[in-house]
Write a protein that binds this ligand. Structure first.
Ligand code: PMP
Length: 387
């Protein structure tokens, strides 16, 4: 039988062994690790909301109102007013008929794809889709097709071939296109308007994961679909409340019928204790904050930080989101550079296979509204002197 030590040794030999990083205290723009103060360019807390006093107060208030745990799954006795309010808030702000929330984004993707799809259906994913979407697609039993990253012509070819074979499929078979609005490891964005046009042309459904778009794009911060005025053309707006919203949770904003279907079919929703009501309570407050004037000002600060760093790094970089990949290629070199930066007080993680394809190791720089101009300059200078 395989021993765990052998597997760990094999990972170590390929420079693929990961270990947990233990912080000394809270996650924030600067944080302490092994007694050292590091500036944090690793979190997805794009607006700095995880430390926002109003959200801490909302979390505490949620506990005072509802207690700590939900005690059961949503379908048993865990469906508390805070869950309902969160879903009404999501639907209102996202401008959809309804919404359903999950404990986190991973559970949300897996639960949703396995609920929507079955044998005989087809799911067509962008090659760089998040692991949770790939896992959900694989587990669903549907035929899984993948198009090269953001490649519209290949997506259309797949749609053509699936729909021209429609006679061999059951009449009620679903075809679902899946993409992210902002790609998590590359920071680039999907051509959403063109994808919406294709989905319309071929009569498919579309799910867009806005994990890295929420809080960053849109006049009220609801994501790239809002910014591009495409909300009504997207069937499933997926997102997480653990990144720009600074709390935790996942959601699908969709029609009332699909919400009801997910409640009945999404196994990660049905067979799991409902998330703590205070989490839902604080997440609703976070979404309200994101969509308020204060949230808009934070977004403006975030974009000003993004442009400052991009221009200081290299004038040829045109940033498209709060994620800037600093491409290296070789895994060992990426790890070495990340370690050098750490010695200079900067936390910028090296991302390697299997999170990204082989030989595309990189530093993944994430920018927050709460970074100061001096912190951004410090990173730009450290990268310039180590490249
Ligand atoms: N989708 C994308 C694109 C993500 O980056 C992530 C988080 N890494 C998720 C889904 C999962 O969300 P959560 O962290 O809330 O489980």
């Amino acid at each position: 039988m395989r021993q765990p030590e052998q597997e760990l040794d094999a990972l170590r030999e390929q420079s693929l062994l990961r270990s947990l990083r233990q912080l000394d205290g809270p996650q924030d723009t600067t944080m302490s690790w092994h007694g050292e103060q590091l500036v944090n360019f690793a979190s997805n807390d794009y607006l700095g909301l995880a430390q926002h006093p109003a959200l801490k107060a909302a979390f505490i208030q949620g506990i005072e109102k509802f207690g700590t745990g939900s005690g059961a799954s949503r379908l048993v006795t865990g469906n508390l007013p805070a869950h309902r309010q969160l879903e009404e808030t999501i639907a209102e702000l996202k401008n959809t008929e309804a919404a359903i929330s999950f404990a986190n984004g991973y559970n949300c993707s897996v639960g949703t794809l396995t609920a929507l799809l079955q044998k005989g259906d087809t799911v067509i994913l962008d090659k760089l889709s998040h692991a949770s979407l790939i896992d959900g697609a694989r587990m669903s039993g549907a035929t899984v097709r993948v198009f090269p990253h953001n490649h519209l012509a290949k997506l259309e070819k797949l749609l053509q071939s699936v729909t021209s074979n429609a006679s061999s499929q059951p009449a009620e078979a679903r075809v679902l296109i899946v993409t992210e609005s902002v790609f998590s490891m590359d920071g680039d964005i999907a051509p959403l308007a063109e994808i919406c046009a294709l989905k319309e042309k071929y009569g498919a459904l579309l799910l867009v994961d806005e994990a890295h778009g929420l809080g960053v794009f849109g006049s009220t911060g609801m994501g790239l679909a809002e910014q591009l005025d495409l909300t009504s053309q997207i069937d499933f707006h997926m997102g997480t409340l653990g990144k720009a919203a600074g709390i935790a949770g996942g959601y699908i904003a969709c029609s009332a019928s699909y919400r009801q279907l997910l409640i009945n079919r999404a196994r990660s929703f049905i067979y799991s204790t409902a998330p703590p009501p205070a989490q839902a309570y604080a997440a609703a407050a976070a979404l309200r904050l994101i969509s308020s004037n204060e949230g808009r000002e934070m977004r403006e600060k975030l974009w000003s930080n993004i442009h400052q760093l991009a221009s200081q790094l290299d004038h040829s970089i045109t940033p498209t989101s709060a994620i800037i990949p600093w491409m290296i290629g070789d895994t060992d070199s990426a790890i070495q550079l990340s370690e050098n930066l750490q010695q200079n007080g900067l936390l910028v993680p090296a991302i390697r296979y299997p999170t990204v394809p082989k030989n595309t190791a990189r530093l993944r720089i994430t920018i927050s509204a709460s970074h100061t101009p001096a912190q951004l300059s410090q990173l730009a200078q450290a990268l310039a002197s180590s490249s």
